[in-house]
Design a protein around this ligand. Structure first.
Ligand code: 1GP
Length: 230
């Protein structure tokens, strides 16, 4: 099950707290994206997550939950992505919430469906940076050091460079990738069209497209064919 993400080149991230028409959802789910990730940094509840999962389940596309709130963990997803925010100043986002989750859900946890993401938040203005109190203004050297901790010390399967809301520094992303051996490198932030999708896909393994879905769906859809290789 966990292996499925090793082939992902493109992921659409849907926010349960934002409106999306049935037509838009259908276009997203039938776009040939590799997966739908459900997640957001605020306003995510059990109800809106459950509702979005049911809607996505009408289509034949993997659907994964990126957990940001323990109250919004809904059963039935294909995989559960667990962010471990490496550059946070709050230990809760590295291990505290995770321990709480094990205490709270115990034997209900489907361990074979859990994937830990080594998150490095690089846009100080994004909600995730504020919520987690991330030290987000990192140099390339510092970001690469975090990534190597994720790889060589923690042996995490994913490093996720999160620029949510803004297009990031592709040189930094490229330098980080060169330092990684094990993890798959996810990049998210400011991908709005085919050009930005290609630029990001050139320097990472998996691109994540979020806001563009809600701002300009037509352009967002062009990001899929821009990066999918035969
Ligand atoms: C957000 O990384 C994703 O968690 C995608 O970023 O919303 O800027 O596309 P955008």
């Amino acid at each position: 099950m966990k292996q499925m993400m090793q082939s992902w080149q493109h992921v659409f991230k849907l926010d349960p707290d934002r409106e999306l028409s049935d037509e838009a959802l259908q276009a997203i789910c039938m776009s040939h994206t590799d997966a739908i990730m459900v997640g957001g940094s605020s306003g995510v509840t059990y109800e809106n997550t459950d509702q979005l999962l049911s809607r996505v389940r009408q289509f034949d596309v993997p659907c994964v939950l990126e957990i940001s709130d323990l109250e919004a963990v809904v059963p039935g997803f294909d995989l559960y992505m667990i962010p471990m925010v490496l550059n946070t100043q709050q230990t809760n986002w590295i291990i505290g919430h995770h321990v709480q989750a094990v205490e709270q859900y115990g034997y209900l946890i489907p361990w074979d469906k859990l994937i830990v993401e080594g998150y490095i938040i690089l846009n100080p203005d994004c909600t995730a940076a504020k919520v987690t109190q991330a030290v987000a203004s990192l140099t390339t050297f510092e970001a690469a050091a975090y990534a190597q901790v994720a790889d060589k010390m923690l042996q995490l399967p994913i490093v996720y460079l999160e620029y949510s809301g803004t297009f990031g520094d592709m040189e930094l992303v490229s330098d980080v990738r060169r330092k990684l051996d094990g993890p798959r490198l996810f990049y998210g932030g400011g991908i709005i069209d085919a050009d930005t999708a290609r630029l990001a896909a050139d320097v990472c393994d998996t691109i994540v497209v979020g806001n563009a879905i809600y701002n300009n769906l037509e352009q967002a859809l062009t990001t899929v064919s821009a990066v999918k290789r035969s």
